[in-house]
Design a protein around this ligand. Structure first.
Ligand SMILES: *Cc1c(COP(=O)(O)O)cnc(C)c1O
Length: 430
């Protein structure tokens, strides 16, 4: 017993040390401040508070209620929303609550296919996607324009009508996605969605921080009625989910979150979300601006070096992500592994057209790079040029030791969490 105990502690320490000398470029990840991390270890993590503030199923909630009300109020302010539910324990759970509120099993939802940037939580049953497998939704795909790396407005309008006249009950049109370079045409399509009797929704799991910082798009302002998101991708953590929406859906959404898709929610996480939202109110705008600028500098520098960066006709990216076709270096699976061995941590990525080309999730054509975390660790434009240089070197050489040394050098001065009130060390478990 004692042995395993020690071993686990040691593995956690090894993980922290590894990440402290690596380039964390996974686009869905970020790093939380010490204050946010500390509250996750508070007594709140031991308690039950099923239900809504003031309507709890358990005693002992007088402070928890106040914390949760603050968290909701901050979320409403940040996203200019009429209603917020901060209880979902993840982005996928938030989506499931949205599906349950707006549709019944057998209804249809439109979303992006996975190679075009969609997420498995909006996937079909045959792929074990949450929407299909758990809620019984039938999925129709947006028409996607590969050249522009965005939803095709005119073709999607036609498809909305076609789906409606086929007799399917189209209830939800879910904008947003996981490979997400450019704002989606919510303003252009919201009326067409309403005309066919569906609710325009937006999955901001990846871009919630950019939205909260006012630097991407404002889905609710542009016509989406409901927005769900993760709280740890471009937001500052903890891991979790949140739903914001128009007031008219509030009562039903509350029931879908509890008791529909959870019993107790994670109270320590609600406190951490509240702290994170207040960090975001103060630092979010500058952070989101710097993240997008960093992604653009990284993309441009890589393209100058001959790397095939997607989205060229629109300046490569307007988000935290850079998408790269790596087929000339093997495939996304080979590159992901090679770079991981060089302490560069990022993901392989299915790209539009991959399935037609016979590629698959394990050996897709691309990689996806995110700069949210490096930005929060204080890296700016000049560091992005160096990151591009190191990435290019990693793609084109086998000299792992040389790459690792450069990576370690790049990280030496970037060990603290910026855009925070506490300027805390990013790694303190070592
Ligand atoms: C990551 C992601 C989710 C799921 O979020 P979790 O917090 O990991 O459950 C949902 N939708 C999209 C588009 C995502 O990228």
């Amino acid at each position: 017993m004692k042995n395993q105990y020690g071993k686990i502690i040691s593995l956690v320490k090894q993980h922290e040390k590894w990440f402290s000398e690596s380039l964390p470029l996974v686009a869905s990840e970020n790093v939380a401040s010490r204050t946010v991390r500390n509250v996750l270890t508070s007594d709140l993590g031991h308690r039950y508070a099923e239900g809504w503030p003031g309507e709890r199923v358990y005693a002992g909630c007088k402070f928890i209620d106040q914390i949760e009300l603050e968290a909701m109020s901050l979320a409403k302010t940040l996203f200019k929303a009429e209603f917020a539910d901060v209880r979902p324990v993840s982005g996928a759970c938030a989506n499931l609550a949205v599906y349950s509120t707006l549709s019944d099993p057998g209804d249809t939802m439109m979303a992006l296919s996975i190679p075009n940037g969609g997420h498995i939580s909006a996937g079909k049953k045959e792929f074990s996607g949450t929407a299909g497998l758990v809620h019984g939704l039938d999925i129709e795909y947006f028409v996607f324009d590969k050249e522009n790396m965005n939803i095709d407005i005119d073709e999607t309008k036609k498809k909305l009508k076609a789906v409606q006249s086929s007799g399917k009950k189209l209830k939800i049109v879910m904008f947003g996605g996981s490979l997400f370079l450019f704002p989606h045409p919510v303003r252009e399509l919201a009326d067409a969605v309403l005309e066919v009797g569906a609710v325009p929704c937006y999955d901001a799991a990846h871009v919630a921080g950019l939205i909260a910082g006012g630097q991407f798009q404002d889905p609710l302002g542009e016509g989406a009625h409901v927005m769900s998101f993760s709280t740890h991708k471009t937001l500052f953590g903890p891991q979790g989910g949140t739903i914001v929406c128009k007031a008219q859906y509030g009562e039903a959404m509350k029931k879908s979150v509890f008791p529909g898709t959870s019993s107790n929610h994670h109270l320590h996480s609600v406190a951490a979300k509240a702290l994170m939202f207040s960090e975001f109110l103060k630092f979010g705008k500058g952070y989101a601006r710097d993240v997008i600028r960093n992604a653009q500098v990284l993309a441009e520098t890589l393209a100058e070096k001959g790397v095939s960066v997607l989205g060229e006709s629109h300046g490569y990216t307007k988000s935290h992500q850079v998408a790269i076709d790596v087929t000339k270096y093997g495939d996304g699976g080979i590159v992901e592994k090679k770079l991981e061995d060089m302490n560069i941590i990022l993901n392989r990525q299915l790209l539009p057209g991959d399935l037609q080309a016979g590629r698959h999730y394990t050996n897709p054509g691309g990689i996806r790079v995110g700069v949210s975390e490096l930005t929060r660790l204080g890296m700016g434009k000049s560091e992005m040029k160096e990151v591009a240089d190191v990435l290019h070197m990693a793609l084109t050489t086998d000299k792992a030791d040389l790459v690792k040394k450069r990576v370690r050098g790049l990280r030496r001065l970037h060990q603290r969490v910026k855009y925070s009130f506490d300027n805390s060390p990013a790694y303190f478990y070592r």
